[in-house]
Ligand binder design. Structure first.
Ligand SMILES: Cc1cc2nc3c(=O)[nH]c(=O)nc-3n(C[C@H](O)[C@H](O)[C@H](O)COP(=O)(O)OP(=O)(O)OC[C@H]3O[C@@H](n4cnc5c(N)ncnc54)[C@H](O)[C@@H]3O)c2cc1C
Length: 440
């Protein structure tokens, strides 16, 4: 046994940390404030036991560490892999149009030609820009620009924004191109172009509970990882650059050799403020967050062509209120990213009004949609869903090691080079595990 570790926070980063540290030979306790694990990954159940997740989480082919974690959990068979970056859009009049981009630009060029919304000039400009990114030839001075300004420098036209860049940026980064920093945007594109599988989109064929949470609980039981739910860390007590004790639910605990804080950036600031840890560190956790809204509509008899199309039920919505519609089993899930930026007067709209607006959009674009077939609707707003990768954010994302030799930090906001995603949270846990082992 290499020592006792207390992992604080049972989100995906804490879960991954617990598994990796146990595999290295540490005795692990995982402490979570809520009465459930998963953090920003969460499944709910309606009154008749049908599950729906807090968000339609999507993975990408470049999520190497997340795919490794899912393989450890034994649930890779519950993933649905779409080859390449393929989107089927539903237009205002209900017509479908398909856009497909792969790692092979000549092949992509001919495929994009079939997408009638873009002119030849648009397509040439797009392919030229993607090639420049793949060859790593973007000018260094442009890394400090917003994505909107960067794309204008490379002659990306308004139709390209409308049909490609806006949907891409909103769904991957949960913000708009004018608010996104080019460095993180280019990191993601570079990952996507590294090999032919990396651009693939990966959907969940089952609930978050079935893919992550329940398999982890089984894994923990089998491998002696202790899980304490409803246990909130209030304060850490330090002395001479070492954490000596922590206070959980008002009680002092001092039986651990290492502490790993896997909480979100705001919770980390709160713990540090309570613990009277140097204000300079706290300021650096001042990330801005955007929300995500999901509206799950339970619907009888979704037509097969929407459940089993080329993108397995995933459709992009152009010039609408919604960004994505997902059709899966008897559920239509509507995703609206960063609604505070994308919906006019969002803060003034009641949930009932928002539900009505979404149902109206479904009725307008889908001939078969009949409101009488809706058996239940759930509207979920995750107010602090993802931090925003604005210009300059990369400069203050914290490392996994801290000033305290036995205290480590993980989470999507640490310095992974990735945006606020599952992959960033999981990769952060892998990086931390290396750091903790090196420190011994
Ligand atoms: C609606 C929605 C949709 C999303 N869609 C995608 C997507 O499609 N693809 C993608 O890659 N990412 C997506 N994300 C982002 C992704 O879910 C997050 O980046 C990731 O889950 C963050 O994990 P984490 O472990 O770093 O943090 P968290 O999930 O926030 O986990 C932190 C945990 O710490 C616990 N905690 C906090 N304070 C304390 C304390 N004092 N004591 C003990 N425990 C504490 C919390 O309760 C929580 O469980 C989405 C997020 C949301 C909300």
């Amino acid at each position: 046994m290499l020592g006792k570790v207390c992992v604080i926070g049972g989100g995906i980063s804490g879960i991954t940390s617990a598994i990796l540290l146990q595999k290295k030979g540490f005795e692990v306790t995982l402490i979570e404030a809520r009465n459930r694990l998963g953090g920003r990954l969460c499944s709910y159940y309606n009154s008749v036991g049908l599950s729906f997740d807090n968000g339609k989480h999507i993975l990408a082919g470049w999520y190497n560490k997340t795919l490794e974690l899912i393989s450890i959990l034994g649930t890779s068979d519950k993933l649905i892999r779409l080859r390449g970056l393929r989107t089927v859009f539903i237009e205002k009049d209900g017509k479908h149009s398909e856009l497909f981009i792969s790692n092979n630009f000549i092949f992509s060029f001919f495929n994009i030609l079939k997408f009638k919304k873009l002119s030849l000039k648009d397509i040439l400009n797009l392919v030229f820009f993607l090639r420049t990114v793949k060859k790593n030839n973007i000018k260094k001075e442009f890394l400090r620009l917003s994505v909107r300004d960067l794309l204008f420098k490379y002659k990306q036209t308004l139709p390209l924004f409308e049909y490609f860049w806006n949907p891409f940026v909103i769904s991957v980064f949960n913000t708009i191109p004018e608010r996104l920093s080019s460095d993180i945007f280019l990191n993601v594109l570079n990952e996507g172009f590294k090999n032919s599988d990396n651009l693939d989109l990966i959907l969940f064929g089952d609930s978050i509970d079935d893919i992550f949470i329940n398999p982890f609980i089984k894994y923990a039981e089998k491998n002696n990882i202790r899980i304490l739910k409803s246990s909130k860390i209030e304060q850490i007590i330090f002395d001479d650059k070492l954490i000596k004790k922590i206070i959980i639910n008002g009680k002092v605990q001092n039986s651990y050799n290492y502490y790993v804080l896997s909480v979100s950036s705001q919770n980390l600031s709160n713990i540090f403020i309570q613990s009277k840890i140097i204000p300079d560190i706290i300021n650096s956790f001042d990330f801005k967050y955007n929300s995500i809204m999901n509206i799950h509509i339970f619907y009888k008899n979704i037509p097969d062509e929407y459940l089993k199309n080329k993108t397995y039920g995933m459709f992009g919505i152009i010039n609408g209120l919604s960004h994505w519609w997902f059709f899966h089993k008897s559920l239509i899930s509507v995703v609206i990213s960063c609604p505070e930026l994308s919906i006019k007067d969002y803060s003034l709209l009641s949930n009932e009004k928002l539900k009505g607006m979404v149902l109206n959009e479904l009725s307008q674009r889908l001939k078969w949609f009949d409101i009488n077939q809706v058996s239940d609707i759930k509207l979920l707003k995750d107010k602090k869903a993802t931090f925003v990768s604005e210009i300059g954010t990369s400069n203050f994302r914290p490392e996994n090691s801290t000033l305290f030799k036995n205290l480590f930090i993980t989470g999507d906001f640490t310095n992974t080079g990735f945006p606020s995603t599952i992959e960033s949270a999981v990769k952060s846990a892998y990086n931390m595990t290396e750091k903790i082992c090196e420190s011994r």
